[in-house]
Write a protein that binds this ligand. Sequence first.
Ligand code: ATP
Ligand code: MG
Length: 395
Amino acid sequence: MLFKAFLIKYGEIGIKGRNRYLFEDALVRQIQFALREAEGKFTVSKEQGRIYVEAEGEYDYEETITALKRVFGIVGICPVVQIEDRGFEDLAEQVIAYIKQVYPDSQQTFKVHARRARKNFPMDSMTINSEIGARILDAFPKMRVDVHHPQINIFIEVRKKIHIYSQIISGSGGMPVGTNGKAMLLLSGGIDSPVAGWMIAKRGVQIEAVYFHAPPYTSERAKQKVIDLASLVAKYAGPIKLHIINFTDIQLYIYDQCPHEELTIIMRRYMMRIAEQIARESGALGLITGESIGQVASQTMQSLYATNEVCTMPVFRPVIGFDKLEIIDLALKINTYETSIQPFEDCCTIFVAKHPVTKPSLKVIQKSEEKLKEKMEEMVERAVSDREIVVCKYT
Ligand code: ATP
Ligand code: MG
């Protein structure tokens, strides 16, 4: 194996000063976490504004790249050849050997970018550029220099060791999980909410989740599906604490007391209230849903307005402007789609009225809820205190 190490590139915007060190430490932690999925032993280190992943002995290259591509905060992954400093002649030979192996046809245009981070190396960066460039031209008659639009950029960084690299594999971008607080995801068994959770986690937010379960109307398999989805999102977001709320009594009571066309909205308002209560206990500062304007009756502007009204925390709806197909594309990309489309009922589909209101009036809804209030307070308390908690990790 040519490559024993990877240079990790990360975005620099907004991470100056003290934030930078927090960002880097979180990134190192997330990389270590992700690499547990790859065969091999690795050390992750921080050195002068760079993060390196070094393999100790044999490892699986493809698995390593796949794992690193999942880590939020990584912009690029560069497989590097690290060599000892044995003087310029040796360096030139190693660069030539590198090109032979990585670009066997050796006919591209190129540019050398040297960076002398260790100042006691006897040549400055400009000299390294031109001298190495000349050696490459000698060794590969079909290669040409193009300083404006080269097909390959060859980077040479002189540090304690010398690093040679030219490939930059795109990472997922975003920010390392743990650098931007925590939010509570309302996770159903559908396609949208896992994607919504993934999108907010991508911005560095730690995720907890809440699922409303209505046994026996919703099956154990429906619950398992949500646990599976949380575990899939955990592959990117780290372990997710999933709060499973038994919603049956609350749902039956609403069903019993309220006009059926208002069921969904009232139910959703109670979900939001309960999610917010748990969020507050967990120190989360926002809620996340998979709502998208107009997708279903409960997601019209009027419905969103009525649902949102019970929340005092910000509600993040990252897929709000996406079409279903755009959400599906993301679900496929993050590998939750197959699980989401398994056909187990979630609690909404059973208690759905034939003709739900699409333009609920807040006043009317509030009035219907009035008569629930007294008994509901206690039911909500019980549902919250009896909740089951499952920590979902990717396995
Ligand atoms: P999804 O694909 O995420 O299930 P959906 O298109 O089925 O979304 P709704 O059922 O209207 O839409 O739900 C809207 C949002 O409300 C979901 O994205 C999710 O965030 C939340 N939600 C719905 N049902 C539940 C549930 N049983 N438990 C937790 N959250 C839920
Ligand atoms: Mg749903």
